[in-house]
Design a protein around this ligand. Structure first.
Ligand code: NAD
Ligand code: TYD
Length: 367
């Protein structure tokens, strides 16, 4: 059999593809548009591997998706592709609506046409797994219980609104057409191949370059962090044993304040790559630094900034027996070490399309 993955050149998608093919010989058709966030270099170890069929294309291109489904006859579609960064969604929401909403709709329609025509046994076994976020639930107060699957969707950013819309489309395609869907809503991921616009990789990369570590507002916002490989194992488990029509929240019980995260990263860098030994200087003053935490800089808050996310992952644990393998301490150490070991990956993702975007967004002085 075969599975079709969308967005498999992005952060979570490429981790998923690599993990899957490390454990299974079932081929993957990987449909990815290669936006600024998609990077074939993440999949370089699969070069020439016949189990990985990469196709550059848009999930919104219905004719292409129909052709791929007809040609490869997958038993499942795993939908990772999305515009994923909240700050970008604030600057320019259009791409988020186009890919996350319209793209998901077109993908669902192509999948429905393919699925409807399958022989009975294959139609019953088919799954469409929609990879979504906990941000659809909105924000929590300090004493609220964590998000359960029964929480209402109350999205606050253009990103989370577009993901909530896609969750609703997926749900409706199950209730109306019977498409066997599974939805996962996961907390913030971190780990290898994370694009350095998101908090954790940005802080690592900026610190090593002596650049400011921008903390939005007071830095007391809480996120519930999960090592990306644990997210991948949860998705594999949901695909294997999840009940069609159900949603599963995925998280690692790792609520942390942003400032705590940034201090943890700085402390690990102090240990693993001391600033004095590397000759790191503060990019603004030109002065040598001793501790990376000296670079922490409070900046104005993000508009509409959600205060706290936290996941109640008891359903996936109880029903499917999934638990994360990493604690935050083990996962963040692996992550910092991965960035120290892959400076060329960082350098390359910061050039090209990314640089052009930064120049357009913030002016050429910053690019
Ligand atoms: P990412 O931005 O790193 O990667 C997205 C990938 O999708 C890229 O490879 C990009 O080229 C591709 N893509 C974008 N638009 C496309 C289109 N129209 N057609 C085909 N491919 C397209 O994102 P990520 O962090 O890996 O997130 C993957 C999924 O997981 C998303 O659906 C996201 O909402 C969800 N999610 C992310 C997190 C997180 O912390 N990063 C947490 C929970 C859920
Ligand atoms: P981010 O990685 O963008 O993920 P999300 O907004 O999807 O949770 O941000 C994580 C948290 O870190 C969020 O509260 C915003 C904050 N943040 C900063 O304080 N500074 C930064 O430079 C970035 C990118 C994020």
């Amino acid at each position: 059999m075969t599975i079709l993955v969308t967005g498999g050149a992005g952060f979570i998608g490429s981790n998923f593809v690599l993990d899957w093919l490390a454990q299974s010989d079932e081929p993957i058709v990987n449909l990815d548009k290669l936006t600024y966030a998609g990077n074939r270099e993440n999949l370089a170890t699969l070069e020439g591997d016949p189990r990985h069929i990469f196709v550059q294309g848009d999930i919104g291109d219905r004719a292409l998706v129909e052709r791929l489904l007809g040609q490869h006859r997958p038993r499942a579609v795993l939908h990772f592709a999305a515009e994923s960064h909240v700050d970008r969604s604030i600057h320019g929401p259009e791409d988020f609506i186009q890919t996350n909403v319209v793209g998901t709709f077109r993908l669902l329609e192509a999948v429905r046409a393919y699925w409807s025509a399958l022989p009975d046994a294959q139609r019953a076994a088919f799954r469409f797994l929609h990879v979504s976020t906990d941000e659809v639930y909105g924000t929590l107060g300090p004493t609220d219980p964590p998000f359960a699957e029964t929480n209402r969707h109350e999205p606050n950013s253009p990103y989370s609104a577009s993901k909530a819309a896609s969750d609703h489309l997926v749900r409706a395609w199950h209730h109306t057409y019977g498409l066997p869907v599974l939805t996962t809503n996961c907390s913030n991921n971190y780990g290898p191949y994370h694009f350095p616009e998101k908090l954790i990789p940005l802080m690592i990369v900026n610190a090593l370059a002596g650049k400011p570590l921008p903390i939005y507002g007071d830095g007391q916002q809480v996120r519930d962090w999960l090592y990306v490989k644990d997210h991948c194992s949860a998705i594999r488990r949901v695909l294997q044993a999840g009940r069609p029509g159900e949603t599963y929240n995925i998280g690692g019980c790792n609520e942390k304040r942003n400032l705590e995260i940034v201090h943890a990263i700085c402390a690990l860098l102090d240990e693993l790559a001391p600033a004095a030994a590397r000759g790191v200087r503060d990019a603004r003053s030109g002065q040598p630094i001793e501790r990376y935490a000296e670079l922490i800089t409070h900046v104005p808050d993000r508009p509409g900034h959600d205060r706290r996310y936290a996941i109640d992952a008891r359903k996936i644990e109880r029903e499917l027996g999934w638990r994360p393998a990493e604690t935050f301490e083990t996962g963040i150490r692996k992550t910092v070490q991965w960035y120290l070991d892959h400076p060329q990956w960082v350098q390359r993702v910061q050039s090209g399309a990314y640089r052009e975007w930064v120049a357009r967004q913030y002016g050429t002085a910053t690019a």
